[in-house]
Design a protein around this ligand. Structure first.
Ligand SMILES: Cc1cc2nc3c(=O)[nH]c(=O)nc-3n(C[C@H](O)[C@H](O)[C@H](O)COP(=O)(O)OP(=O)(O)OC[C@H]3O[C@@H](n4cnc5c(N)ncnc54)[C@H](O)[C@@H]3O)c2cc1C
Length: 463
């Protein structure tokens, strides 16, 4: 008999789950409370976006805009976003075309082109590109091979070892810089004593194995990914209800049996929650879960950043298509040093998110969720972001059309750190599962959300 699956949330995790399961013949229904697909991976259409809608949507996803140039009212009144596609606040996907999400798109019979790049590093007086040169690769070869061949038991052992400890024990020379940078950008956490070596190495290992570009960005904005998965769902007779909030998960005798949405009760064989796990207990009564599980969910912390979109009317061709990391020492924030990224991949015309002869540069600097709410700290972080862009483009203000700086205090659903124990995909309630970047699955951010959907698909096939 065809199993009826309900997915709560049309984020990338929910949409991937819907695409994979509907392709396998499950009867899929998705309830999404917003009127747009994609959740934290959504894209705004600058042609139709109104200021009030922009602010309201950002606030629903734990974001606000502390700074902009000129003020937001002027940007919107003068239609300055016309012709742009503006993601909620995105940067790039680890692994580019062959990333987990890239491959899931291909596996579901779709195609989304990605523009990929390597990573460079901003220095005091310029930049180096790429950060890891061929000479470095040869020098690091024994380490790279060891990492490439490491089994899951080694990774598990390293899960509890922080990157700070790993650096102290093994790293020397340029390896130190690389270990100070990459695990931070991968996890969006500055504090090296909280970042797990196993988690960071696992992400790098899968990148090595797939031989893809380190990072990539989907052409046409993140909405291209959501649309691709939604088309698969609809093509397999699945339903996606936008603007429909799931109010309650019905649980009887420890078993999920349906949901209440749009003031109606719907029966399902399987319920999959794609919402932030910290909010699960708002729609599923805590009495159905063990106390330890409830306490853990309540304790989980996300990650934060100050982002910046710069629209420029000229960019030096030598910067185009590249991504640059930077590290600000003694930045006066948790973890001491602040790492960030400035991306010119989205400035390429083929990224397709800016009008012709305009260039959209995305950037961000990592901070904690609490720091992302402090105006004083954000002012400091904005200065650091601008200063690093200034190194790449001296006097960038003279080429600036507009700049918007969104701050986010829930970038990742759950920070992938040693002290945050992500819940399993299978919950203690029968027939209730979790997907998204909040749950135990390999990879970070969007890749973690996609991998959780793959794991659930396998789990259901085997049950
Ligand atoms: C500013 C910013 C920058 C980022 N940069 C990167 C990056 O560079 N690389 C990367 O890999 N990741 C990045 N991320 C993280 C990435 O966006 C997320 O990991 C990914 O989108 C999470 O997807 P998800 O499916 O887990 O959940 P979500 O996107 O949170 O989706 C959950 C969905 O559930 C819906 N929902 C909630 N409650 C209900 C309810 N009761 N009923 C119905 N629907 C409900 C929500 O509206 C939402 O659409 C960034 C995120 C932000 C915010």
């Amino acid at each position: 008999m065809t199993k009826k699956v309900c997915i709560i949330g049309a984020g990338i995790g929910g949409l991937t789950t819907g695409a994979l399961l509907s392709k396998k013949g499950y009867n899929v229904t998705i309830f999404e409370k917003e009127k747009m697909l994609g959740g934290r991976s959504l894209s705004f259409d600058g042609d139709t976006l109104a200021l009030e809608n922009y602010r309201r949507t950002l606030s629903k996803f734990s974001m606000s805009v502390p700074f902009s140039e000129p003020i937001l009212e002027e940007i919107f009144n003068k239609n300055m976003l016309k012709g742009y596609t503006l993601d909620l606040g995105f940067h790039s996907i680890e692994g580019g075309t062959m990333s987990d999400v890239g491959r899931a798109i291909i596996d579901t019979g779709n195609k989304v082109e990605m523009v990929g790049t390597k990573l460079g590093l901003i220095r005091e007086n310029g930049f180096m590109f790429p950060l890891v040169t061929t000479k470095d690769k040869l020098r690091f070869l024994p380490y790279i091979l060891r990492l490439y061949l490491s089994g899951e038991s080694t990774m598990k052992r390293l899960d509890k070892q922080s990157i700070a400890e790993t650096i102290k024990m093994y790293a020397k020379g340029k390896m130190i810089t690389i270990l100070e940078l990459l695990p931070r950008v991968a996890t969006t956490v500055n504090d090296l004593s909280r970042i797990s070596t196993g988690e960071s190495f696992r992400a790098t290992q899968s990148n090595l194995r797939r031989g893809s570009t380190p990072v990539g960005y989907p052409q046409g904005g993140l909405v291209s990914l959501s649309n691709a998965f939604a088309n698969v769902i609809k093509g397999n007779n699945g339903k996606i209800h936008l603007g429909s909030r799931a109010k309650e998960i019905i649980i009887d005798n420890g078993k999920a049996s349906g949901v209440i949405a749009d003031n109606k009760e719907f029966k399902f064989d399987i319920v999959v929650s794609n919402i932030l796990v910290q909010n699960l207990l708002n729609i599923a009564s805590e009495k159905h879960f063990p106390k330890k599980y409830v306490d853990n969910l309540k304790s989980l912390e996300g990650t934060g950043s100050l982002c910046a979109y710069y629209s420029l009317n000229r960019i030096d061709p030598k910067l185009m298509g590249k991504s640059f990391l930077f590290i600000e020492r003694d930045a006066g924030i948790k973890g001491n040093d602040a790492v960030g990224m400035i991306e010119f991949v989205t400035a390429l015309p083929e990224a397709g998110i800016a009008p012709s002869s305009k260039y959209l540069v995305q950037s961000y600097i990592i901070c904690t969720p609490a720091e992302a709410k402090s105006k004083k700290i954000l002012e400091n972080l904005k200065e650091i972001l601008d200063r690093n862009l200034e190194i790449l483009i001296p006097d960038f203000h003279s080429k600036l059309n507009w700049a918007i700086y969104p701050a986010v205090w829930h970038l990742d659903g759950v920070a992938k750190t040693i002290d945050n124990i992500k819940p399993d995909i299978k919950t203690p309630v029968e027939n209730l599962f979790l997907v998204g970047d909040c749950v135990k699955a390999p990879g970070i951010g969007i890749n973690c959300a996609v991998n959780s959907a793959r794991i659930l698909e396998d789990m259901l096939e085997k049950s």
